[in-house]
Write a protein that binds this ligand. Structure first.
Ligand code: SF4
Length: 315
């Protein structure tokens, strides 16, 4: 099969980008607007663990304007204005991004999610969380909301290797992720998996096998790939300074991300191909590229190979 025969794949990007997926689904340009709804994380407050994942400094995940003390509506309005001006976006998905966005009583979750869904031009919500922080009540709530609105559940797996998950103090296992996907699948909402490449002692071939894993799971509809980077205030930054963490080179990351995409079935859309962090707290790697340059570094590698997403997929 060639790239032109895959309706899921953007003909120029040669992957099923999430923007392409959303445009096909909703018929207009759709952007995600990040919000900080004031959650915390069970891997920080002691209920699952303390100290958090070794790379976690949530400042690095979020645009500066998504601060919990700014009302959610204001954060969304600000994000919408930005995306309307920059990209001409017409509709929006509110992304509950920071920390663990199912870590509260279901009544509180319902109230927060509904505030987002009630805003004009909002098509739906995307909820980022840990696979071990998903109660039956939260799943039922998302299921009910997905009957009338767009809903995406974003599950952080980060690595499919339990030894790595333990080393990075993730506080959950691959089995937790598999169970969460199984419980969430078939409920009418999208499921996105997050993976990071570049952990100490991680082999590229093992990371690429993550594409086969996602392909084998019913219910996974999209993926986010990130390179591991160390930011100030994290254990990973301390490890880097002690010589215990060697970041990937840009070429290594681009090659492995392209290998991953070739194995990822075209039906799974790609939400991200890189991680970013504010320059002032970025420690390593320092590749000197802007976000869209990182995105296109991977896209251009796929083009250079005359390949496309899913070319080597098993299913
Ligand atoms: S689960 Fe997410 S928010 Fe919690 S410590 Fe890990 S990276 Fe940070």
């Amino acid at each position: 099969m060639s790239v032109s025969e895959h309706s899921d794949i953007h003909p120029h990007l040669r992957i099923n980008s999430y923007g392409w997926y959303l445009r096909n689904r909703f018929g207009c340009r759709v952007s995600k607007v990040n919000v900080d709804a004031g959650f915390t994380c069970p891997n920080r407050d002691g209920s699952k663990g303390t100290g958090g994942c070794i790379y976690c400094n949530n400042v690095s995940f979020s645009p500066r304007d998504t601060l919990a003390d700014i009302p959610l509506e204001e954060q969304v309005r600000h994000g919408m204005a930005y995306h309307r001006g920059r990209l001409g976006s017409e509709k929006f998905i509110v992304y509950f991004q920071k920390y663990t966005n199912t870590y509260a009583a279901v009544e509180q979750l319902a109230a927060l999610y509904r505030r987002a869904l009630d805003l004009p031009d909002v098509l739906g919500i995307s909820v980022g969380t840990r696979p071990d922080c998903l109660t039956d009540g939260a799943l039922e709530l998302l299921t009910e909301m997905a009957r009338t609105r767009y809903v995406c559940l974003e599950l952080g797996l980060q690595s499919a290797d339990d030894a790595i998950l333990e080393r990075i103090n993730r506080g959950h296992s691959l089995e937790d992720f598999l169970r969460a996907v199984q419980r969430a699948a078939g409920r009418g909402f999208d499921i996105c998996a997050h993976l990071i490449h570049g952990f100490p002692d991680e082999r590229a071939e093992e990371f690429v096998k993550g594409a086969d894993l996602l392909a084998s799971l019913d219910g996974i509809t999209s993926v986010k790939l990130h390179q591991l980077h160390a930011v100030e205030g994290t254990e990973l930054a301390a490890m880097y300074r002690r010589g215990e963490f060697t970041p990937l080179t840009l070429a290594q990351y681009v090659t492995t991300a392209a290998d991953f995409l070739e194995r990822l079935p075209a039906r799974i859309s790609v939400q991200r191909l890189y991680g970013s962090s504010p320059l002032e707290i970025r420690v390593a790697p320092q590749w000197g590229l802007k976000n869209n340059q990182l995105w296109y570094a991977v896209i251009n590698e796929i083009k250079h190979r005359n390949s496309y997403q899913g070319r080597l997929a098993e299913s």
